[in-house]
Design a protein around this ligand. Sequence first.
Ligand code: ZN
Length: 82
Amino acid sequence: MAKFLLWAVVILAVLLVSRILAQQKARARHLAERRQAEIGQQAAETMVRCAHCQVYLPRSEAFLSQGRTWCSAEHARMGLKR
Ligand SMILES: [Zn+2]
């Protein structure tokens, strides 16, 4: 009887450890997938061009003014290149 209890405890311990390991693996995979998604989002971000110096930059970093995109506040103030 004592032997049976010992085996039961050993089996339960193995199940517990394998479940913890599976959870850790799932969490690591989840984090990796999220990082990949973030990288993909950055790469897919629309590029816009500065109306002054024609430099391309991500839309999130661009200045919007007078219906045009600019690379910096200074270029937005200077306006179109003549
Ligand atoms: Zn510019």
